[in-house]
Design a protein around this ligand. Structure first.
Ligand SMILES: [Mn+2]
Length: 327
């Protein structure tokens, strides 16, 4: 029996499932979780979705988004006999699964750095998004994909491929999206909500961040910075910096782009590569993880120290691998 069938059997057997998505939830985590919850409900089961952070405002068009509960304490979590963690490479991104939860734990993800932290690990690094895996799961389950599910899964794939711009975009991603549009997803509506619904504060924050642009390695590395002061001045939060790293990435000649964002305890670093450098390895060496072309890590260092540590590391890596390009 393949792993999909084993997981479907578990989903059929349980009265309900507790679904966790990673901190700083993105379109893939949210779209995948909401779809799985709808699928469970279609089978007459219960589903709870939990996240450390609140749903960013530009994802509040996703059908059922209100279902995602922000939790900061374990006693606020209801554990069904089946627990599913989505789109999360390691338990550091899923605070409530670190202690053994009472149920069976299913790990569904597409990060190559996934640490196989579940009892059942459905990890497919070839998938552009966890949403693609959920799509396959629903197909094998024989469930109807409703227009609401289609919107959620389309958003998952659309956002994790950066609007079909990143190197993880495959023929399969486009075929899935083709089918999801047929099933009721609206590309225009999703794109408008995700990329064209910025608050004025977010646009001002972007302006401040772009002004910090620095470059190294003869234009091969570019980075921008977001400080807590900038967020305070513009009335914005961490979720408003999603996608910011794609601006330095879009500069001609840049191979690796970085975003340094000040957090409560240090700095969150986001890495984007255009192909020559595997940024998952760099992020992993700093205690983070991700994909070849998109990765991140948290550092408990002051901003300036984090920049001094990370930029030379990226420059070195770029210098050693200027010849090969991954697909
Ligand atoms: Mn993802």
């Amino acid at each position: 029996m393949d792993l999909y069938e084993v997981i479907i059997q578990e989903l059929e057997r349980t009265p309900g499932a507790t679904i966790f998505i990673h901190k700083s939830p993105d379109g893939d985590a949210l779209g995948s979780a909401l779809t799985l919850a709808m699928a469970l409900e279609a089978r007459g089961k219960e589903a709870e979705i939990y996240c450390w952070d609140a749903v960013p405002y530009f994802y509040r068009f996703l059908p059922g988004w209100e279902k995602v509960k922000r939790v900061r304490q374990e006693n606020e979590v209801f554990f069904y006999p089946l627990v599913v963690g989505l789109d999360s490479s390691d338990l550091g991104r899923l605070p409530f699964l670190e202690g053994r939860p009472p149920g069976k734990v299913v790990n569904i993800d597409h990060h190559p750095t996934n640490t196989r932290w579940g009892d059942l690990n459905l990890v497919e690094p070839g998938a552009a998004a966890t949403g693609e895996i959920i799509f396959r799961l629903l197909e094998k389950w024989g469930l109807e994909i409703t227009p609401e599910m289609a919107t959620c899964l389309y958003t998952a794939i659309f956002t994790d491929t950066g609007g079909f711009r990143f190197s993880n975009t495959t023929e399969a991603s486009l075929l899935y999206c083709h089918r999801l549009v047929k099933l009721g997803a609206s590309p225009y509506e999703v794109a408008t909500h995700v990329y064209e619904s910025y608050s004025p504060g977010r646009m001002r924050l972007l302006g401040l961040a772009l002004n910090t642009l620095s470059m190294a390695a003869e234009g091969g590395v570019a980075w921008i910075v977001v400080t807590r002061e900038m967020m305070e001045a513009t009335g914005t939060g961490p979720e408003d910096t999603e996608e910011f790293v794609n601006f330095p990435r879009s500069i001609r000649g840049v191979e690796v782009a970085l975003l340094f964002r000040e957090t409560e305890s240090g700095v969150k670093v986001s890495f984007r590569s255009k192909g020559k450098v595997n940024v998952a390895l760099i992020a992993a060496s700093l205690g983070g993880g991700g994909h070849k072309a998109a990765a991140g890590c948290d550092m408990e260092l002051p901003l300036e120290d984090a920049i001094k540590r990370v930029v030379p590391l990226v420059e070195e890596t770029l210098a050693c691998c200027t010849s090969s390009t991954f697909s």
